[in-house]
Ligand binder design. Structure first.
Ligand code: FES
Ligand code: FES
Length: 159
C-alpha cells in the first residue's frame, strides 16, 4: 500500500509517496538520492545508515519511512553549512579519522549526536557511545581523537 508522507530533510520540506514497507534508508538513498547514508548490514548492527531524526541518532535501516512522518531528518549531506564542513567533519579530516570511509557518514552523525547529548563525554563514554557503529579499518583510535578534537573546540588550530 502506498501512502503520502511529509517530512523535512536537511531543512527542505519533502512530500512523497512511499510504500508502507519502505525503510527510511530507502527513502533517503533511493528516492531522495542522498547516497552519503550507507547500508552496511541492513540489520541494525553496523551504524553506517545513521541519520538524525528530530535531533537524535537513529539507524535508518531499522525504521520505516512512515515513522518519520512529520519529522526533521538530517543526513550527512545536511551537516555542512554555507560551504563549511561541520566541525565534526573537519575534525575527522584533521585527525584522519577514516580510511576507506564507508563507516564515516554514520560515524560522524553518531558523533555529533553523542556530543549534543553529552558535551563533556570522557574517552570511555565516547568509546561506549560508538558501540553501535562498526569500523573495519581504523581501529577506532583516530575516530575517538577526532571526536575529542571537535569536543575541544580546537579544530583547525595549530598543534
Ligand atoms: S545498515 Fe543500518 S545498521 Fe547497518
Ligand atoms: S574507515 Fe573503513 S570501515 Fe571505517
Amino acid at each position: 500500500m502506498s501512502v503520502t508522507i511529509s517530512l523535512t530533510v536537511n531543512g527542505k520540506a519533502v512530500t512523497t509517496q512511499v510504500d508502507t514497507r519502505t525503510l527510511l534508508v530507502q527513502l533517503i538513498r533511493e528516492q531522495l538520492q542522498l547516497t552519503g547514508t550507507h547500508v552496511g548490514c541492513d540489520t541494525a548492527q553496523c551504524g553506517s545508515c545513521t541519520v538524525h531524526l528530530n535531533g537524535r541518532a537513529v539507524k535508518a535501516c531499522s525504521m520505516l519511512a512512515i515513522q518519520a512522518q512529520g519529522g526533521d531528518v538530517r543526513t550527512i549531506e545536511g551537516l555542512a553549512q554555507d560551504g563549511q564542513l561541520h566541525p565534526m567533519q573537519a575534525a575527522f579530516r584533521q585527525c584522519h579519522g577514516l580510511q576507506c570511509g564507508f563507516c564515516t557518514p554514520g560515524m560522524v552523525m553518531s558523533a555529533v549526536a553523542l556530543l549534543a547529548d553529552n558535551p563533556q563525554a570522557s574517552e570511555q563514554e565516547i568509546r561506549e557511545g560508538l558501540d553501535g557503529n562498526f569500523c573495519r579499518c581504523t581501529g577506532y583510535h583516530n575516530i575517538v581523537k577526532s571526536i575529542q578534537l571537535c569536543q575541544s573546540g580546537k579544530v583547525g588550530a595549530p598543534a
